[in-house]
Design a protein around this ligand. Structure first.
Ligand code: PLP
Length: 522
Protein backbone atom coordinates (compact mmCIF):
# COMPACT_ATOMS: atom_id res chain seq x y z
CA UNK A 1 0.00 0.00 0.00
CA UNK A 2 1.83 3.05 -1.20
CA UNK A 3 0.99 6.45 0.14
CA UNK A 4 0.28 9.07 -2.50
CA UNK A 5 3.22 11.51 -2.20
CA UNK A 6 0.88 14.31 -3.18
CA UNK A 7 -0.93 13.85 0.14
CA UNK A 8 2.10 15.08 2.07
CA UNK A 9 2.77 17.95 -0.32
CA UNK A 10 -0.73 19.37 -0.21
CA UNK A 11 -0.90 18.88 3.56
CA UNK A 12 2.18 21.02 4.02
CA UNK A 13 1.18 23.71 1.55
CA UNK A 14 -2.34 23.59 2.90
CA UNK A 15 -1.06 24.34 6.40
CA UNK A 16 0.81 27.33 5.02
CA UNK A 17 -2.29 28.55 3.21
CA UNK A 18 -4.33 28.22 6.38
CA UNK A 19 -1.75 30.22 8.28
CA UNK A 20 -1.91 32.95 5.64
CA UNK A 21 -5.69 32.89 5.78
CA UNK A 22 -5.69 33.23 9.55
CA UNK A 23 -3.40 36.22 9.18
CA UNK A 24 -5.69 37.82 6.61
CA UNK A 25 -8.77 37.21 8.73
CA UNK A 26 -7.05 38.86 11.67
CA UNK A 27 -7.04 42.10 9.69
CA UNK A 28 -10.84 41.95 9.13
CA UNK A 29 -13.32 43.60 11.46
CA UNK A 30 -14.53 40.98 13.94
CA UNK A 31 -17.59 39.08 12.66
CA UNK A 32 -18.62 38.17 16.19
CA UNK A 33 -18.63 40.18 19.39
CA UNK A 34 -21.05 42.94 18.44
CA UNK A 35 -18.66 45.72 17.48
CA UNK A 36 -19.70 45.70 13.83
CA UNK A 37 -23.26 47.03 13.56
CA UNK A 38 -24.00 46.01 9.97
CA UNK A 39 -23.14 43.12 7.65
CA UNK A 40 -23.00 40.54 10.48
CA UNK A 41 -25.73 39.04 12.64
CA UNK A 42 -24.25 37.57 15.77
CA UNK A 43 -26.42 35.44 18.04
CA UNK A 44 -23.75 35.72 20.71
CA UNK A 45 -24.19 31.98 21.30
CA UNK A 46 -20.90 30.35 20.34
CA UNK A 47 -22.46 26.88 20.30
CA UNK A 48 -24.55 28.00 17.31
CA UNK A 49 -21.47 29.06 15.39
CA UNK A 50 -19.77 25.74 16.16
CA UNK A 51 -22.91 23.89 15.10
CA UNK A 52 -23.05 25.77 11.79
CA UNK A 53 -19.44 24.91 11.01
CA UNK A 54 -19.99 21.23 11.84
CA UNK A 55 -23.19 21.02 9.81
CA UNK A 56 -21.44 22.64 6.85
CA UNK A 57 -18.65 20.08 7.26
CA UNK A 58 -21.14 17.21 7.08
CA UNK A 59 -22.65 18.69 3.92
CA UNK A 60 -19.24 19.11 2.31
CA UNK A 61 -19.03 18.08 -1.29
CA UNK A 62 -22.75 17.67 -2.01
CA UNK A 63 -23.98 19.24 -5.23
CA UNK A 64 -27.34 20.88 -4.59
CA UNK A 65 -27.87 20.97 -8.36
CA UNK A 66 -29.62 17.62 -8.29
CA UNK A 67 -31.85 16.58 -5.39
CA UNK A 68 -32.80 13.43 -7.31
CA UNK A 69 -29.22 12.28 -6.82
CA UNK A 70 -28.49 13.91 -3.46
CA UNK A 71 -31.69 13.29 -1.54
CA UNK A 72 -30.44 15.21 1.49
CA UNK A 73 -30.81 18.43 -0.50
CA UNK A 74 -34.57 18.00 -0.88
CA UNK A 75 -34.95 17.10 2.79
CA UNK A 76 -32.83 19.98 4.10
CA UNK A 77 -34.39 22.56 1.78
CA UNK A 78 -37.88 21.20 2.52
CA UNK A 79 -37.19 21.46 6.24
CA UNK A 80 -36.09 25.07 5.95
CA UNK A 81 -39.07 26.00 3.78
CA UNK A 82 -41.60 24.38 6.13
CA UNK A 83 -40.14 26.07 9.18
CA UNK A 84 -39.99 29.54 7.65
CA UNK A 85 -43.45 29.08 6.13
CA UNK A 86 -44.87 28.37 9.57
CA UNK A 87 -43.10 31.39 11.09
CA UNK A 88 -44.42 33.65 8.32
CA UNK A 89 -48.03 32.55 8.57
CA UNK A 90 -48.04 30.48 5.41
CA UNK A 91 -49.63 27.38 6.93
CA UNK A 92 -53.12 28.80 7.42
CA UNK A 93 -55.86 29.13 4.81
CA UNK A 94 -56.02 25.50 3.80
CA UNK A 95 -52.30 24.91 3.50
CA UNK A 96 -51.45 21.67 5.23
CA UNK A 97 -48.67 21.76 7.79
CA UNK A 98 -47.61 18.41 6.40
CA UNK A 99 -47.17 19.66 2.86
CA UNK A 100 -43.91 19.07 1.14
CA UNK A 101 -43.07 22.73 0.83
CA UNK A 102 -40.29 23.20 -1.66
CA UNK A 103 -40.54 19.63 -2.87
CA UNK A 104 -43.64 20.12 -4.90
CA UNK A 105 -46.54 19.80 -2.49
CA UNK A 106 -48.76 16.85 -1.74
CA UNK A 107 -50.84 16.74 -4.87
CA UNK A 108 -54.59 16.33 -5.00
CA UNK A 109 -57.02 19.17 -4.52
CA UNK A 110 -56.68 22.77 -5.56
CA UNK A 111 -53.48 24.27 -4.25
CA UNK A 112 -53.95 27.87 -5.34
CA UNK A 113 -53.46 29.13 -1.82
CA UNK A 114 -50.82 26.70 -0.71
CA UNK A 115 -47.45 28.25 -0.01
CA UNK A 116 -44.34 26.73 -1.59
CA UNK A 117 -40.77 27.77 -1.23
CA UNK A 118 -37.26 27.64 -2.51
CA UNK A 119 -33.94 28.07 -0.73
CA UNK A 120 -31.70 30.64 -2.40
CA UNK A 121 -28.19 31.95 -1.87
CA UNK A 122 -29.29 35.22 -0.28
CA UNK A 123 -31.73 38.08 -0.19
CA UNK A 124 -30.74 39.50 -3.53
CA UNK A 125 -31.38 36.19 -5.27
CA UNK A 126 -34.75 35.82 -3.51
CA UNK A 127 -35.78 39.31 -4.65
CA UNK A 128 -34.60 38.71 -8.22
CA UNK A 129 -36.48 35.41 -8.40
CA UNK A 130 -39.66 36.99 -6.99
CA UNK A 131 -39.39 39.64 -9.72
CA UNK A 132 -38.79 37.02 -12.40
CA UNK A 133 -41.81 35.04 -11.22
CA UNK A 134 -43.91 38.21 -11.34
CA UNK A 135 -42.80 38.92 -14.88
CA UNK A 136 -43.58 35.36 -15.97
CA UNK A 137 -46.96 35.17 -14.18
CA UNK A 138 -47.97 38.43 -15.85
CA UNK A 139 -47.25 36.79 -19.19
CA UNK A 140 -44.56 39.20 -20.34
CA UNK A 141 -41.68 37.99 -22.41
CA UNK A 142 -38.23 39.43 -21.70
CA UNK A 143 -37.98 42.84 -23.34
CA UNK A 144 -41.73 43.43 -23.48
CA UNK A 145 -41.99 45.69 -20.49
CA UNK A 146 -43.20 44.99 -17.02
CA UNK A 147 -42.50 47.09 -13.98
CA UNK A 148 -41.77 46.71 -10.30
CA UNK A 149 -43.51 49.34 -8.15
CA UNK A 150 -41.81 49.93 -4.81
CA UNK A 151 -41.11 52.66 -2.30
CA UNK A 152 -37.71 54.25 -3.03
CA UNK A 153 -36.63 52.77 0.32
CA UNK A 154 -37.03 49.21 -1.01
CA UNK A 155 -33.75 47.32 -1.14
CA UNK A 156 -31.50 48.00 -4.13
CA UNK A 157 -31.94 44.31 -5.03
CA UNK A 158 -35.18 45.27 -6.82
CA UNK A 159 -33.38 47.85 -8.94
CA UNK A 160 -30.90 45.11 -9.72
CA UNK A 161 -33.75 42.72 -10.55
CA UNK A 162 -35.25 45.25 -12.94
CA UNK A 163 -31.80 45.77 -14.49
CA UNK A 164 -31.07 42.10 -15.12
CA UNK A 165 -34.63 41.10 -16.05
CA UNK A 166 -35.29 43.95 -18.47
CA UNK A 167 -38.02 45.39 -16.26
CA UNK A 168 -38.64 48.94 -15.08
CA UNK A 169 -38.19 49.96 -11.46
CA UNK A 170 -40.82 52.52 -10.47
CA UNK A 171 -39.65 54.13 -7.24
CA UNK A 172 -42.45 55.72 -5.22
CA UNK A 173 -41.30 58.67 -3.14
CA UNK A 174 -41.62 58.55 0.63
CA UNK A 175 -42.21 61.21 3.24
CA UNK A 176 -38.76 62.80 3.59
CA UNK A 177 -39.10 63.24 7.35
CA UNK A 178 -40.43 59.81 8.28
CA UNK A 179 -39.27 57.65 5.37
CA UNK A 180 -42.81 56.30 5.10
CA UNK A 181 -44.49 55.39 1.82
CA UNK A 182 -48.23 55.95 1.61
CA UNK A 183 -50.29 53.00 0.37
CA UNK A 184 -52.28 55.32 -1.90
CA UNK A 185 -49.07 56.57 -3.55
CA UNK A 186 -47.94 53.01 -4.20
CA UNK A 187 -51.34 52.06 -5.58
CA UNK A 188 -51.47 55.17 -7.74
CA UNK A 189 -48.23 54.05 -9.39
CA UNK A 190 -49.75 50.69 -10.38
CA UNK A 191 -50.75 50.59 -14.04
CA UNK A 192 -51.19 48.16 -16.90
CA UNK A 193 -47.45 47.57 -16.98
CA UNK A 194 -47.11 46.60 -13.31
CA UNK A 195 -46.04 43.04 -12.58
CA UNK A 196 -45.37 43.42 -8.89
CA UNK A 197 -45.64 45.78 -5.94
CA UNK A 198 -43.03 45.53 -3.21
CA UNK A 199 -43.41 46.29 0.48
CA UNK A 200 -40.53 45.96 2.92
CA UNK A 201 -40.78 44.54 6.41
CA UNK A 202 -38.76 46.44 7.32
CA UNK A 203 -36.87 48.64 4.90
CA UNK A 204 -33.13 48.39 5.48
CA UNK A 205 -32.20 52.10 5.39
CA UNK A 206 -35.11 53.35 7.49
CA UNK A 207 -36.46 50.46 9.59
CA UNK A 208 -39.96 51.31 8.38
CA UNK A 209 -42.51 48.53 7.81
CA UNK A 210 -44.52 49.42 4.69
CA UNK A 211 -48.36 49.35 4.87
CA UNK A 212 -48.81 45.80 3.57
CA UNK A 213 -52.47 45.42 4.58
CA UNK A 214 -53.55 48.67 2.90
CA UNK A 215 -51.62 47.92 -0.26
CA UNK A 216 -53.12 44.42 -0.26
CA UNK A 217 -56.63 45.85 0.07
CA UNK A 218 -56.01 48.27 -2.79
CA UNK A 219 -54.70 45.52 -5.05
CA UNK A 220 -57.62 43.30 -4.11
CA UNK A 221 -59.91 46.00 -5.46
CA UNK A 222 -58.14 45.92 -8.84
CA UNK A 223 -59.10 42.29 -9.40
CA UNK A 224 -55.93 41.43 -11.26
CA UNK A 225 -54.40 38.46 -9.48
CA UNK A 226 -51.45 38.49 -11.85
CA UNK A 227 -50.05 41.57 -10.13
CA UNK A 228 -47.79 40.22 -7.42
CA UNK A 229 -47.47 41.67 -3.94
CA UNK A 230 -44.04 40.79 -2.65
CA UNK A 231 -43.08 41.42 0.95
CA UNK A 232 -39.35 41.83 1.31
CA UNK A 233 -38.78 40.43 4.79
CA UNK A 234 -35.18 39.53 4.00
CA UNK A 235 -34.18 41.34 7.16
CA UNK A 236 -37.35 41.11 9.21
CA UNK A 237 -38.59 37.63 8.38
CA UNK A 238 -37.02 35.85 11.32
CA UNK A 239 -37.00 38.69 13.81
CA UNK A 240 -40.32 40.57 13.53
CA UNK A 241 -42.50 37.46 14.19
CA UNK A 242 -40.75 37.09 17.56
CA UNK A 243 -40.56 40.77 18.50
CA UNK A 244 -41.81 41.27 22.07
CA UNK A 245 -45.26 42.79 21.94
CA UNK A 246 -45.56 42.31 18.19
CA UNK A 247 -45.14 44.96 15.52
CA UNK A 248 -48.70 46.09 14.85
CA UNK A 249 -50.39 45.42 11.52
CA UNK A 250 -50.06 42.11 9.69
CA UNK A 251 -47.36 42.10 7.04
CA UNK A 252 -46.71 38.43 6.24
CA UNK A 253 -48.52 35.55 4.52
CA UNK A 254 -51.46 35.95 6.89
CA UNK A 255 -52.43 38.76 4.53
CA UNK A 256 -54.10 36.69 1.78
CA UNK A 257 -53.22 39.06 -1.08
CA UNK A 258 -49.47 38.73 -0.37
CA UNK A 259 -48.17 36.54 -3.19
CA UNK A 260 -44.54 36.07 -2.14
CA UNK A 261 -42.19 36.84 0.70
CA UNK A 262 -38.43 36.67 1.12
CA UNK A 263 -36.58 36.00 4.38
CA UNK A 264 -32.84 35.63 4.88
CA UNK A 265 -31.53 32.85 7.10
CA UNK A 266 -28.13 34.51 7.03
CA UNK A 267 -29.54 37.53 8.87
CA UNK A 268 -31.76 36.82 11.89
CA UNK A 269 -31.64 33.06 11.23
CA UNK A 270 -28.06 33.42 12.55
CA UNK A 271 -26.75 31.17 9.78
CA UNK A 272 -23.54 31.66 7.84
CA UNK A 273 -23.82 33.69 4.63
CA UNK A 274 -25.46 32.00 1.68
CA UNK A 275 -29.03 31.15 2.66
CA UNK A 276 -32.38 32.87 2.11
CA UNK A 277 -35.88 31.63 1.40
CA UNK A 278 -38.43 32.75 -1.17
CA UNK A 279 -41.98 31.63 -0.36
CA UNK A 280 -44.68 31.93 -3.01
CA UNK A 281 -48.41 31.43 -2.90
CA UNK A 282 -49.65 28.87 -5.40
CA UNK A 283 -47.73 26.37 -7.49
CA UNK A 284 -47.83 28.52 -10.60
CA UNK A 285 -45.99 31.49 -9.09
CA UNK A 286 -43.62 29.19 -7.20
CA UNK A 287 -42.52 27.44 -10.37
CA UNK A 288 -42.62 30.47 -12.64
CA UNK A 289 -39.06 31.52 -11.80
CA UNK A 290 -37.55 28.08 -12.35
CA UNK A 291 -35.49 27.49 -15.44
CA UNK A 292 -35.72 24.17 -17.24
CA UNK A 293 -34.46 22.99 -20.60
CA UNK A 294 -33.91 19.74 -22.40
CA UNK A 295 -32.78 21.60 -25.51
CA UNK A 296 -29.08 20.86 -25.34
CA UNK A 297 -27.07 17.65 -25.59
CA UNK A 298 -26.35 17.41 -21.87
CA UNK A 299 -28.37 16.35 -18.84
CA UNK A 300 -31.92 17.70 -18.48
CA UNK A 301 -31.56 21.04 -16.66
CA UNK A 302 -33.93 22.18 -13.94
CA UNK A 303 -32.76 25.12 -11.84
CA UNK A 304 -35.13 26.49 -9.20
CA UNK A 305 -32.59 29.25 -8.52
CA UNK A 306 -30.05 31.19 -10.57
CA UNK A 307 -27.10 28.91 -9.93
CA UNK A 308 -26.45 25.54 -11.45
CA UNK A 309 -24.12 23.61 -9.23
CA UNK A 310 -24.54 24.85 -5.71
CA UNK A 311 -23.33 24.02 -2.25
CA UNK A 312 -25.39 22.32 0.42
CA UNK A 313 -23.07 23.69 3.12
CA UNK A 314 -24.83 27.03 3.80
CA UNK A 315 -28.34 25.58 3.87
CA UNK A 316 -27.24 22.60 5.97
CA UNK A 317 -25.79 25.04 8.46
CA UNK A 318 -28.91 27.22 8.37
CA UNK A 319 -31.16 24.20 8.85
CA UNK A 320 -29.15 22.92 11.83
CA UNK A 321 -29.26 26.36 13.47
CA UNK A 322 -33.04 26.58 12.96
CA UNK A 323 -33.48 23.10 14.46
CA UNK A 324 -31.26 23.91 17.41
CA UNK A 325 -32.92 27.22 18.19
CA UNK A 326 -36.58 26.32 17.85
CA UNK A 327 -39.26 28.89 18.60
CA UNK A 328 -38.15 29.38 22.20
CA UNK A 329 -34.51 29.94 21.30
CA UNK A 330 -35.42 32.32 18.52
CA UNK A 331 -37.77 34.22 20.82
CA UNK A 332 -35.06 34.56 23.47
CA UNK A 333 -32.50 35.86 20.95
CA UNK A 334 -35.01 38.36 19.59
CA UNK A 335 -35.87 39.49 23.12
CA UNK A 336 -32.16 40.24 23.70
CA UNK A 337 -32.10 42.12 20.42
CA UNK A 338 -35.17 44.15 21.38
CA UNK A 339 -33.75 45.09 24.79
CA UNK A 340 -30.48 46.17 23.22
CA UNK A 341 -32.34 48.18 20.58
CA UNK A 342 -34.42 50.14 23.08
CA UNK A 343 -31.40 50.83 25.29
CA UNK A 344 -29.44 52.14 22.31
CA UNK A 345 -32.34 54.21 21.00
CA UNK A 346 -32.68 55.79 24.41
CA UNK A 347 -28.95 56.47 24.77
CA UNK A 348 -28.43 57.74 21.22
CA UNK A 349 -31.47 60.02 21.48
CA UNK A 350 -29.83 61.75 24.43
CA UNK A 351 -26.74 62.73 22.41
CA UNK A 352 -26.81 66.42 21.53
CA UNK A 353 -26.74 67.10 17.80
CA UNK A 354 -27.90 63.63 16.74
CA UNK A 355 -31.43 62.39 16.23
CA UNK A 356 -32.75 58.83 16.06
CA UNK A 357 -35.28 58.50 13.26
CA UNK A 358 -38.60 57.34 14.60
CA UNK A 359 -39.43 53.94 13.13
CA UNK A 360 -41.45 50.78 13.62
CA UNK A 361 -40.59 48.04 16.11
CA UNK A 362 -37.55 46.12 14.89
CA UNK A 363 -33.79 45.84 15.15
CA UNK A 364 -32.72 48.74 12.90
CA UNK A 365 -31.70 52.21 14.01
CA UNK A 366 -31.16 55.15 11.68
CA UNK A 367 -29.47 58.25 13.05
CA UNK A 368 -29.51 61.70 11.41
CA UNK A 369 -28.22 65.14 12.31
CA UNK A 370 -30.42 67.08 14.70
CA UNK A 371 -30.42 70.40 12.88
CA UNK A 372 -32.44 71.99 15.67
CA UNK A 373 -29.27 71.83 17.78
CA UNK A 374 -27.83 74.69 15.73
CA UNK A 375 -24.92 74.78 13.31
CA UNK A 376 -22.26 74.84 16.02
CA UNK A 377 -23.74 71.89 17.95
CA UNK A 378 -24.94 69.60 15.18
CA UNK A 379 -23.31 66.19 14.63
CA UNK A 380 -22.97 65.04 11.04
CA UNK A 381 -23.91 61.34 10.98
CA UNK A 382 -21.13 60.44 8.54
CA UNK A 383 -18.39 62.18 10.50
CA UNK A 384 -19.85 60.49 13.56
CA UNK A 385 -19.82 57.07 11.85
CA UNK A 386 -16.17 57.47 10.85
CA UNK A 387 -15.28 58.56 14.37
CA UNK A 388 -17.15 55.60 15.90
CA UNK A 389 -15.18 53.36 13.53
CA UNK A 390 -11.88 54.80 14.69
CA UNK A 391 -12.97 54.01 18.24
CA UNK A 392 -13.73 50.38 17.42
CA UNK A 393 -17.47 50.43 16.78
CA UNK A 394 -18.45 50.13 13.11
CA UNK A 395 -21.70 51.78 12.03
CA UNK A 396 -22.77 52.20 8.42
CA UNK A 397 -23.03 55.58 6.70
CA UNK A 398 -25.96 56.05 4.27
CA UNK A 399 -25.98 58.95 1.80
CA UNK A 400 -28.78 61.48 1.56
CA UNK A 401 -31.35 60.48 -1.05
CA UNK A 402 -32.76 63.05 -3.46
CA UNK A 403 -36.44 63.00 -4.32
CA UNK A 404 -38.88 65.63 -5.50
CA UNK A 405 -40.77 65.66 -2.22
CA UNK A 406 -37.54 66.58 -0.43
CA UNK A 407 -34.41 64.61 0.36
CA UNK A 408 -33.99 61.91 2.91
CA UNK A 409 -31.18 63.15 5.15
CA UNK A 410 -27.68 61.73 5.37
CA UNK A 411 -27.87 59.04 8.02
CA UNK A 412 -26.01 56.30 9.77
CA UNK A 413 -27.37 52.82 10.21
CA UNK A 414 -27.08 50.35 13.07
CA UNK A 415 -28.22 46.73 12.88
CA UNK A 416 -28.80 45.42 16.38
CA UNK A 417 -28.24 41.73 17.13
CA UNK A 418 -28.57 39.60 20.28
CA UNK A 419 -24.90 39.99 21.17
CA UNK A 420 -25.30 43.77 21.19
CA UNK A 421 -27.04 43.54 24.55
CA UNK A 422 -23.72 42.76 26.22
CA UNK A 423 -22.08 45.94 25.08
CA UNK A 424 -24.70 48.65 24.93
CA UNK A 425 -22.73 50.57 27.56
CA UNK A 426 -19.52 50.41 25.54
CA UNK A 427 -21.30 51.32 22.31
CA UNK A 428 -22.99 54.33 23.89
CA UNK A 429 -19.67 55.43 25.41
CA UNK A 430 -18.09 55.35 21.96
CA UNK A 431 -21.15 57.05 20.42
CA UNK A 432 -20.95 59.90 22.91
CA UNK A 433 -17.18 60.30 22.57
CA UNK A 434 -17.44 60.27 18.78
CA UNK A 435 -20.22 62.88 18.83
CA UNK A 436 -18.16 65.10 21.15
CA UNK A 437 -15.22 64.84 18.75
CA UNK A 438 -17.12 65.97 15.63
CA UNK A 439 -19.86 68.20 17.07
CA UNK A 440 -20.11 71.52 15.28
CA UNK A 441 -17.92 70.40 12.37
CA UNK A 442 -19.22 71.25 8.88
CA UNK A 443 -20.62 68.59 6.56
CA UNK A 444 -17.79 66.48 5.09
CA UNK A 445 -16.26 67.57 1.78
CA UNK A 446 -15.81 65.22 -1.17
CA UNK A 447 -12.30 63.84 -1.80
CA UNK A 448 -9.95 66.37 -3.38
CA UNK A 449 -9.58 64.03 -6.39
CA UNK A 450 -13.19 64.73 -7.33
CA UNK A 451 -12.99 68.51 -6.94
CA UNK A 452 -12.36 69.23 -10.62
CA UNK A 453 -15.14 66.94 -11.76
CA UNK A 454 -17.62 68.37 -9.27
CA UNK A 455 -16.68 71.93 -10.26
CA UNK A 456 -17.05 71.11 -13.94
CA UNK A 457 -20.44 69.51 -13.34
CA UNK A 458 -21.52 72.48 -11.26
CA UNK A 459 -20.53 75.01 -13.89
CA UNK A 460 -21.99 72.95 -16.71
CA UNK A 461 -18.58 72.51 -18.35
CA UNK A 462 -19.16 68.77 -18.03
CA UNK A 463 -22.53 67.02 -18.32
CA UNK A 464 -23.40 63.77 -16.58
CA UNK A 465 -23.46 62.26 -20.07
CA UNK A 466 -19.84 63.34 -20.65
CA UNK A 467 -18.85 61.58 -17.43
CA UNK A 468 -20.74 58.45 -18.33
CA UNK A 469 -18.98 58.44 -21.72
CA UNK A 470 -15.49 58.53 -20.18
CA UNK A 471 -13.38 55.47 -20.93
CA UNK A 472 -13.14 53.08 -17.97
CA UNK A 473 -9.40 53.70 -17.65
CA UNK A 474 -10.01 57.42 -17.07
CA UNK A 475 -12.62 56.68 -14.42
CA UNK A 476 -10.14 54.32 -12.82
CA UNK A 477 -7.53 57.06 -12.68
CA UNK A 478 -10.03 59.36 -11.05
CA UNK A 479 -10.85 57.02 -8.18
CA UNK A 480 -7.55 55.18 -7.78
CA UNK A 481 -6.15 57.86 -5.49
CA UNK A 482 -9.33 57.93 -3.42
CA UNK A 483 -9.42 54.19 -2.87
CA UNK A 484 -5.85 54.26 -1.62
CA UNK A 485 -7.21 56.53 1.13
CA UNK A 486 -4.07 58.67 1.03
CA UNK A 487 -5.84 61.93 0.35
CA UNK A 488 -8.60 61.51 2.89
CA UNK A 489 -8.67 64.52 5.19
CA UNK A 490 -10.42 62.56 7.91
CA UNK A 491 -8.00 59.65 7.85
CA UNK A 492 -9.56 56.71 6.12
CA UNK A 493 -13.27 57.25 6.69
CA UNK A 494 -16.14 56.93 4.25
CA UNK A 495 -17.55 60.43 4.79
CA UNK A 496 -15.77 62.12 1.85
CA UNK A 497 -16.81 59.42 -0.62
CA UNK A 498 -20.42 59.68 0.57
CA UNK A 499 -20.23 63.46 0.25
CA UNK A 500 -19.24 62.96 -3.40
CA UNK A 501 -22.09 60.48 -3.96
CA UNK A 502 -24.56 62.97 -2.49
CA UNK A 503 -23.46 65.64 -4.98
CA UNK A 504 -23.30 63.53 -8.13
CA UNK A 505 -26.12 62.37 -10.39
CA UNK A 506 -26.99 58.81 -9.34
CA UNK A 507 -25.74 57.16 -12.55
CA UNK A 508 -22.41 58.94 -12.25
CA UNK A 509 -22.18 58.01 -8.57
CA UNK A 510 -22.83 54.37 -9.47
CA UNK A 511 -20.04 54.44 -12.04
CA UNK A 512 -17.63 55.90 -9.51
CA UNK A 513 -18.42 53.42 -6.73
CA UNK A 514 -18.06 50.57 -9.20
CA UNK A 515 -14.63 51.88 -10.15
CA UNK A 516 -13.81 52.38 -6.48
CA UNK A 517 -14.58 48.78 -5.55
CA UNK A 518 -12.85 47.46 -8.66
CA UNK A 519 -9.73 49.41 -7.71
CA UNK A 520 -9.87 47.91 -4.21
CA UNK A 521 -10.15 44.41 -5.69
CA UNK A 522 -7.40 44.93 -8.28
C1 PLP B 1 -30.20 42.28 3.18
C2 PLP B 1 -31.42 42.69 2.47
C3 PLP B 1 -31.64 42.32 1.14
C4 PLP B 1 -30.58 41.69 0.26
O1 PLP B 1 -30.03 40.58 0.84
P1 PLP B 1 -28.58 40.02 0.54
O2 PLP B 1 -28.60 38.79 1.36
O3 PLP B 1 -27.58 41.02 1.02
O4 PLP B 1 -28.44 39.74 -0.90
C5 PLP B 1 -32.87 42.63 0.58
N1 PLP B 1 -33.78 43.29 1.28
C6 PLP B 1 -33.59 43.69 2.55
C7 PLP B 1 -34.66 44.45 3.27
C8 PLP B 1 -32.39 43.41 3.19
O5 PLP B 1 -32.18 43.82 4.45
Amino acid sequence: MSVDPLEAVVARRGDEALETLAGLRATDPPTTGGRVLSYVYDSGVSALDDLAVRAAGLAHGVNGLDPTVFGSVARIHGGIVRRVRTILGGDSGGAGTDGNGGNGGNGGESDDDEVYGVVTSGGTESCVLASLAAREVSGRAPGSGGSIVAPVTAHAAFRKAAHVLGMRFVGVEVDPATGRAAAEDLLAAVDGDTCMVVCSAPSYPTGVIDPVEQVAAGLEARHDPRIGLHVDACLGGLVLPFWPGGVGEAWDLRVPRVTSISADLHKYGFAPKGTSVLLSRGRARHRASWFATVDWPGYPVVNPTLSGSKPLEPSAAAWAVLEALGDDGQRELVARTARATSRLVEGLSAIEGLKVVDSDPGPLIAVVADVSAGEDRVVHPHRWADECGRRGIAVQAQPAYRQQRGSLSSSSHLTITPVTERLTGEILGVARGAADAVRGMPAPAPPAEFADVLDALGSGALSPGDLLALPEDDVHELVAGVSSGASDETGGGMAPLLAAIERLPAEVGARLVRAYLAAVME
